[in-house]
Design a protein. Structure first.
Length: 80
């Protein structure tokens, strides 16, 4: 990965954190959810429509509804 992509991710995360600063609840689950969204769900133009996970050959074979598919895979993994 090149430095520009990493800087872009950090900038996106920094902007997201600004929104969460005023919340009185612990933002950690929200931040973790955003990281999952950013790395596994959201296609990136700078990666030619791939997610960072797909770019690094982590292919989870998610269905059209990526969130639901990822949640189902997570449930199956934790119940083994």
């Amino acid at each position: 990965m090149n430095n520009n992509l990493i800087e872009r991710f950090q900038g996106t995360r920094r902007e997201r954190n600004k929104v969460l600063r005023g919340m009185k609840v612990d933002g950690t689950p929200i931040i973790e959810g955003f990281d999952i969204y950013y790395n596994f769900i959201r296609p990136h133009m700078s990666l030619n429509g791939e997610t960072p996970a797909e770019r690094t050959n982590i292919n989870l074979n998610l269905d059209q509804n990526r969130w639901l598919s990822l949640l189902k895979k997570g449930l199956n993994y934790t119940h083994r």
